[in-house]
Design a protein around this ligand. Structure first.
Ligand SMILES: Nc1ncnc2c1ncn2[C@@H]1O[C@H](COP(=O)(O)OP(=O)(O)O)[C@@H](O)[C@H]1O
Ligand SMILES: [Mg+2]
Length: 284
């Protein structure tokens, strides 16, 4: 076999690293997700993580910021418009992100509290925070809340545009959480203000099958990406989110027997994070 020289060796290592990091991609670090989107979110993009209350949007966003700082050396800004930083830290710690306070102290994550009654100053506030920690990742949780602060929807739209442009200028890769309108009995997804400005949309659902809800996730849109187009099961476990192969989501036409439902209930009560086990969210 031909000996390879140092230059060739370095080039192979570089190729490998690019493959690992997905060239020009920002890994979410969320279990099972990055391989569904060609290795990660295209660098500099804004992705809307959309879903009803309790679908896991905040946990998704928090894990994205935490893993960025912890595993990928990418500092992050988290603007919460719904929860206090104290509550977010508590949530993070519940998920085993126990060193989040160290990351906060070290200036690698900035949790930004906002009383955003003044939309005019919001963009500057976020920008200051990005500069302070040299952020590569930004979260706004949730962007839909902005509409609640004023009747002036034009101002809301302008603010979202301003924030988006500013974030892009800083080269940050971002997650906005929000709700997406449903039309036609929920069978089609409609378009809301925030969807105009984002490059990607990931939707979180409570899928009703039999008499249980199952958490699921779908990639609706991801620029420059050949992505999965089916629903995948989503679990919330003690280490964060887990996205599983689509065939593990029960088909809606398969009736789930009482016995299986009881079995799932048992697993849920006794808590398991075994791979491949689908946990129903709730009985209805
Ligand atoms: N430790 C946990 N183990 C399993 N599920 C949890 C845990 N903590 C929270 N959850 C689930 O996550 C949900 C909240 O997720 P969250 O990200 O706050 O939703 P959203 O931001 O979409 O409203 C809760 O309603 C609960 O069902
Ligand atoms: Mg939330």
């Amino acid at each position: 076999m031909r000996n390879i020289n140092e230059v060739q060796k370095r080039s192979i290592v570089k190729d490998y690293q690019q493959m690992e990091t997905g060239n020009g991609r920002v890994k979410t670090g969320i279990y099972g997700l990055d391989k569904l989107i060609n290795g990660g979110i295209p660098k500099g993009n804004i992705v809307l993580v959309s879903g009803a209350a309790g679908t896991g949007k905040t946990l998704f966003a928090l894990e994205y910021i935490y893993r960025g700082a912890k595993e990928f050396n990418e500092n992050g800004v988290y603007l919460s418009l719904e929860e206090t930083p104290e509550r977010l830290v508590q949530t993070a710690q519940n998920f085993g992100f126990s060193d989040i306070e160290d990351l906060l102290r070290a200036g690698r994550i900035n949790l930004l509290r906002s009383e955003v009654y003044d939309l005019e100053t919001l963009t500057n506030k976020i920008e200051d925070s990005i500069d302070r920690v040299n952020a590569k990742r930004v979260v706004i949780d949730s962007i839909s809340v902005l509409s609640a602060f004023t009747d002036n929807q034009l101002l809301v739209r302008r603010t979202i545009m301003d924030i988006s442009n500013m974030i892009r200028e800083h080269g940050c890769t971002s997650i906005f959480t929000g709700s997406m309108k449903k039309i036609n009995n929920g069978s089609e997804l409609g378009v809301s203000t925030e969807e105009y400005v984002v490059d990607g949309v990931i939707a979180l659902f409570h899928k009703l099958i039999g008499n249980s809800f199952y958490r699921s996730i779908g990639i609706i849109k991801m620029r420059e990406t050949a992505h999965s187009e089916v629903l995948h099961p989503l679990q919330i476990v003690n280490k964060g989110l887990r996205i599983l192969p689509p065939d593990l989501l029960p088909k809606s036409d398969n009736r789930i027997s009482e016995k299986i439902t009881r079995h799932y209930q048992h697993i849920r009560q006794n808590y398991s994070d075994d791979e491949g086990v689908i946990l129903p969210l709730a009985e209805v």
